[in-house]
Design a protein around this ligand. Sequence first.
Ligand code: FES
Length: 164
Amino acid sequence: MEAKVHECGQMTEKEQYSLLEQSIKDFEYREDNLIQILHMAQAIFGYLPAEVQKFIAEKMDISLSHVSGVVTFYSFFSTQPKGKYKIQICLGTACYVRGGKKIVDALKDELGIDIAETTPDRKFSLEVMRCIGACGLAPAISINDQVYKRVNPKKIHEILSQYE
Ligand code: FES
């Protein structure tokens, strides 16, 4: 069953929960639709905090540990809010051999967070990727839709300073 993805930027928390409840209903409370329901929940809330997982477990009458198990198993689900800017560091072969790991370290130092984390001001989140299609100009990173090629650790501060 197809459920509509809504534009949820302006929703109140109450509206978010009521949309989630409607989605669970649309998916007929069925456990075999749990992954789709979690996708909907992540689209609505931006991530899957413990209280959202608990809400889903209660509405579907399944255990919270089952819901949490599915959330932690799949890397496309996140229990942390994402930053306004999503930084993806390529660690595909070309980028890795051309210093991708140093870019990871430079970004971690600059932002004071680890991979899969978000800065406390929710500005940046950090992820690693396998190839973003710029192998000839490795190492590469992307920030939202912008790709930066031939990045070196010294350029990191300058690149990030363009984002407000
Ligand atoms: S391996 Fe990094 S862009 Fe392809």
